[in-house]
Design a protein around this ligand. Structure first.
Ligand SMILES: *[C@@H]1O[C@H](CO)[C@@H](O)[C@H](O)[C@H]1NC(C)=O
Ligand SMILES: *[C@@H]1O[C@H](CO)[C@@H](O)[C@H](O)[C@H]1NC(C)=O
Ligand SMILES: *[C@@H]1O[C@H](CO)[C@@H](O)[C@H](O)[C@H]1NC(C)=O
Ligand SMILES: *[C@@H]1O[C@H](CO)[C@@H](O)[C@H](O)[C@H]1NC(C)=O
Ligand SMILES: *[C@@H]1O[C@H](CO)[C@@H](O)[C@H](O)[C@H]1NC(C)=O
Length: 749
């Protein structure tokens, strides 16, 4: 575990020390560079405590530090914690040379830079670059979202969850005008400085809608709790799912406040009327961000326009009906619609065959260790398949006591396995199967099958693993196999992010003139709070609160930014590649992601804090568009095309068209930007002017983008981008989707 770093040629010395963590000797080595004056947090370990009196132990820590630092006052200021009950040691802010001096003391067993343990649980936060320990970046500069209020319109909340403790938070923001509405098992004092308000909506419900529900803001199905803790959950240590994904849990904006609007009910779902009432209340109450992990592809919550006009950033999930095109939901131009991605974490499960050296590896969330030495015979359904397209086809006798191996190669491409996997799991469990091996393309969702399998392993394998297993079955009968409990695998070797298979794709079936989704964020196998524990969930529902949290951080850092600027900052700084690999979109087949998979790309919050330029929108322009649209006026073309969005979609380019945009400089006052265009094939894009100069007093510039077909081919959508580049860190890119239409009398379907 060497943590060496370059210190610009200053004199560095390698110190190797031994540190006892939970009685496991662990070798720590690090480089101490004498010429750096910057103070960092160090942990000094002294071994067994020397006194039974903790005050005396602490006094000895102060004495030691005073001797090194030279003054009692400086020692006092540097000391962060004194460990004095179970063992002796302290943590202090020290320069590297001071740390070196301490390391030389005979009584010091070890000294090392303080490391906050990897927060694997909500690994997604580190994966989007929001590292809790980083002394700079959006999370730090935005003070973890302190003071910003995120309204969550969902299925309520579980107030006792550790994720909603208010330790360390300041008072409830003074602008807050909401209430804490009491109800069944949720008293009005269950709000705190984290959950600052709660409302619930039952006027539209009938008695049977309350089945399995709480008549209050308390969450019955776990969804709202999961979403709220992902957006703004507090830091909670020692969280895992039966040991998987162990680490810290926290939300994207851990100091942001949560206002709960329970408009979704377990049996009924989220009724439009209740959602609108919630939006209305949220506007009154003073929320800054609204997070809505709800929606249907052919429905828009137009009421959200009022929230945006009141200065609230509204974030929606894009829907879970991918990978088919034209499935994206929540396409209103004033909202942010969020697609889902995987993260750099997988859950490999090894399947070992008796008398064979070729193991295969799949993925599952199998955590049971009892019986891991047991071998079971594989019952192969290779000639009958587990599912024949209409019903489950598993022989109860043969499944009992065996591992059911399913494959339906002719079906996987026709029927999404996600739709019948739960039935296979239910049937196999009922028949007493000892496990399931199912071969499929990436589903990016281990939760669907895990929830039903529980303690038996249900492992998804790819088609390569399938071939190994098929060969084994051909060469020997019976084949015995066993499962090794799943491990958690994290890191750069995992090809991530990829757009989740289930993530809904553009263009919007209702509003193709707006490019949707807007952006992508982690949503596959996300661990977050559910009741008193933590569970995995997958969906764009999980991706949405990541962006809500980022919007809250941006609002905390830039209180003057409008919802349109916040959206623009998130979209224009999103990335299309990682470590040189283009971001892929899972589906049939896996492919390089395009704007209909992820809009501007995968969120990059630390770049969004300083986007350089922003596409702001005067809320009146939304109204003009909306008035025209609601008058069923089919010629709202210019209203939508010139709406100043950070994206351009042209669903019917005939020969040539011109689009207007305006950018606002939100970076340093003097700046010169140059247009960088990536034209879709077969067309030319010209930008006029191609250079934008900003100075004090001139922070807005307008430009024209002209699209001209150069090679007339009637096909589908083609993609490109326009970026404004200042030669430095600002590369303000918007995605472009254009569908050429050569003739009205031709179709290629
Ligand atoms: C972490 O959780 C485990 C299992 O729940 C428990 O045994 C252990 O004591 C906990 N550790 C800490 C530091 O809380
Ligand atoms: C493995 O092979 C040996 C020898 O061929 C055989 O006796 C034994 O039963 C096999 N074990 C299993 C589990 O198939
Ligand atoms: C699937 O199996 C069921 C029950 O065995 C049968 O009724 C149905 O016709 C089968 N469907 C197909 C497409 O084979
Ligand atoms: C299930 O398998 C057993 C054993 O091979 C066989 O006797 C039985 O007929 C099968 N049942 C069905 C419904 O096919
Ligand atoms: C329809 O929209 C056009 C502009 O796009 C406007 O001139 C016209 O008055 C609108 N018609 C109605 C009925 O609203």
């Amino acid at each position: 575990m060497a943590g060496a770093y370059d210190n610009g040629g200053s004199h560095c010395r390698l110190i190797i020390v031994f540190f006892l963590v939970l009685l496991l000797p662990l070798q720590i080595s690090f480089v101490v560079c004498q010429q750096s004056a910057a103070k960092k947090l160090y942990v000094v370990y002294l071994g067994e405590k020397q006194h039974d009196d903790p005050e005396r132990t602490t006094a000895s820590h102060h004495d030691m530090l005073t001797a090194i630092l030279g003054s009692e006052e400086e020692a006092h200021d540097s000391m962060i914690y004194s460990y004095r009950h179970g063992f002796s040691g302290f943590s202090a802010m020290l320069t590297e040379s001071q740390a070196y001096d301490i390391a030389e003391l005979p009584e010091v067993r070890s000294i090392k830079l303080s490391v906050v343990h990897p927060m694997h649980t909500t690994r997604s936060q580190e994966f989007i670059g929001l590292d809790y320990t980083k002394p700079n970046g959006l999370l730090h500069d935005a003070n973890y979202g302190e003071g910003v209020i995120i309204g969550v319109i969902d299925s309520g909340i579980w107030p006792e969850s550790s994720s909603f403790r208010d330790h360390g938070l300041g008072p409830v923001p003074s602008k807050w005008k909401g209430i804490c509405q009491a109800g069944e098992k949720f008293s009005s004092n269950q709000c705190n400085r984290k959950i600052i308000g709660a409302r619930w909506y039952v006027n539209h419900l009938t008695p049977k809608d309350f089945e399995g529900e709480y008549k209050s803001a308390r969450c019955a199905n776990g969804h709202g709790t999961h979403v709220a803790s992902t957006a703004a959950g507090a830091l909670v240590p020692n969280v895992s799912f039966h040991g998987l994904a162990a680490g810290y849990a926290r939300g994207v904006a851990p100091y942001a406040r949560i206002a709960v609007y329970k408009a979704c009910w377990k049996a009924l779902g989220c009724d439009d009327t209740a959602v609108l009432q919630a939006i209305d209340d949220a506007i009154h109450d003073g929320v800054d961000v609204l997070s809505l992990s709800i929606g249907l592809a052919d429905f828009e919550f137009y009421g959200s326009l009022h929230a945006v006009q009141s200065g609230i950033t509204v974030v929606f999930s894009a829907g879970n009906t991918g990978p088919a095109p034209r499935t994206v939901a929540n396409a209103s131009p004033w909202t942010i619609s969020v697609a889902s991605t995987t993260i750099d974490r997988t859950f490999p499960t090894v399947i070992t065959f008796a008398n064979s050296s070729s193991d295969i590896v799949g993925q599952s969330l199998f955590y049971e260790t009892a019986g891991e030495d047991n071998w079971y015979e594989i019952y192969s359904t290779r000639y009958i398949c587990c599912f024949n397209g209409t019903s489950i086809n598993i022989n109860a006798t043969l499944a009992s006591g065996r591992i059911v191996f399913c494959y339906s190669p002719s079906l996987v491409s026709l029927v999404p396995p996600g739709t019948y996997l739960p039935s296979i799991a239910r049937a196999a469990k009922k028949f007493g199967a000892k496990g399931i091996i199912y071969s499929t393309y990436s589903l990016d969702n281990l939760v669907i099958i895990q929830e039903l399998c529980g303690s038996i392993p249900c492992v998804l394998v790819d088609f390569d693993a399938f071939h190994v297993l098929e060969n084994a079955l051909e060469n020997t009968t019976p084949v015995l196999a066993r499962f090794t409990p799943t491990r958690t695998w994290i890191g750069g070797e995992v090809l991530a992010p990829r757009i989740s298979t289930f993530s809904s794709r553009g263009p919007s079936p209702l509003l193709p003139q707006f490019l949707k989704p807007d952006v992508a964020a982690p949503g596959s196998d996300i661990l977050a709070a559910v009741q008193d524990s933590y569970k995995f969930k997958s969906g764009t529902s999980m991706a949405c609160p990541h962006v809500s949290g980022v919007a809250a951080l941006l609002k905390a850092l830039h209180p003057e930014w409008s919802p349109a600027i916040i959206k623009s900052a998130i979209v224009t700084t999103a990335s299309n590649d990682r470590n040189g690999f283009p971001i892929l979109a899972d589906g049939l087949p896996r492919k390089i992601a395009d704007p209909f998979d992820f809009g501007g790309g995968f969120i990059d919050p630390n770049r969004a804090m300083d986007p350089g330029l922003a596409y702001d929108v005067d809320p009146k322009d939304y109204t003009s568009y909306f008035d025209c649209f609601s008058a069923s006026n089919s010629s709202c073309e210019s209203e939508s095309r010139n709406l100043n969005l950070p994206s351009i979609a042209i669903p019917n380019l005939k020969a040539s068209t011109t689009v207007l945009r305006t950018v606002t400089n939100v970076g340093q006052p003097d700046a010169v930007y140059k247009a960088i265009v990536q034209s879709p094939p077969g067309m030319q894009i010209s930008v006029e002017p191609a250079i934008l100069k900003f100075c004090q007093g001139k922070n807005k510039q307008s430009f024209k983008i002209t699209f001209t077909l150069s090679h007339k081919v009637q096909g589908g959508y083609l993609f490109g981008s326009l970026a404004w580049y200042d030669g430095g860190v600002h590369h303000v890119r918007i995605p472009i989707a254009v569908r050429p239409v050569v003739s009205d009398n031709y179709a290629d379907l």
